[in-house]
Design a protein around this ligand. Sequence first.
Ligand code: SF4
Length: 313
Amino acid sequence: MKYHYIFGPVPSRRLGISLGIDLVTHKTCSMDCIYCECGKTTELTLDQKEYVPFKEVIRELDHFLEHNPDPDYITFSGSGEPTLNLCLCRVISHIKLKRPHINVAVLTNSTLIQNPSVRQALLKADLVLPSLDAVSKKAFSRINRPHHGIDPKKIAREIESFAKEFKGRIWLEVLILPGINDAPSDLMELKEAIHRINPDRLQINTLDRPGTMAGIKPASKPDLERVAKIFDFPATEIIAKAGRDIKTRAKRDDIRDAVMETIHRRPCTKEDLLKTLGVAEEMLDNCINDLLDEKLITGKSETRGIFFQTVKE
Ligand code: SF4
């Protein structure tokens, strides 16, 4: 079966073996972050609707679960902001009914967290990974380029309020880009918000794949260590590079589809794909070469290697 809405499983650097579900079409989001690895936001919106058909998502999910080993996590992420989809709550309920032991994670940019239907959905998850890259309006506009009317201070307060009600775990992610959101005053405002939210874990991250704006640079390890020192939060983790030692348990026979599904959401190097898909190197090389010849994918040279991504129409 060819999947359109589920992808992977991928060895997530944060979640182990994680099956992804993409509940929006490329590229629908309430923000247009300059570091976004999914590409430029083409539908910048705060409208909640059924962006992809609920019944199809469930059909693909059930098919995957029947034919593959259970992943550690089922994670809502992908081509944009998953909380924009009105069916998020129903999909999580379905997973919990079918496989209560599989953890459900939701990556969210937190912009809709004050919405009662979003909150109801997130409360059903085991792990929520909200992101908060800036509290000051200037830094927020620079790094996240949000839909108009989104107030970063309000987002920070809403994450704090959600954290008080939520029984699962919260890993708050802050992505740092030098010269964009790391001025001393920006970091002090973030520090205050982080301590008020008091997440189970604070993850400090930086650019790892090509972003949407040319010329932006990742923070160095010493930069991130300096930021961590300023935040002075006990459960802080500086995110390492992609999990290099994780082996995927579910090997995909349909390599071509699997490569396309994976790099459609985020650019990957050959090494990322080898770890993700658990296929022989020669087979992957042939597949990549065919896809390049057919102009279905492109390669872009970055410091970590050549990142392959699908050609977006
Ligand atoms: S990084 Fe997340 S929040 Fe930012 S534009 Fe991409 S999908 Fe949207």
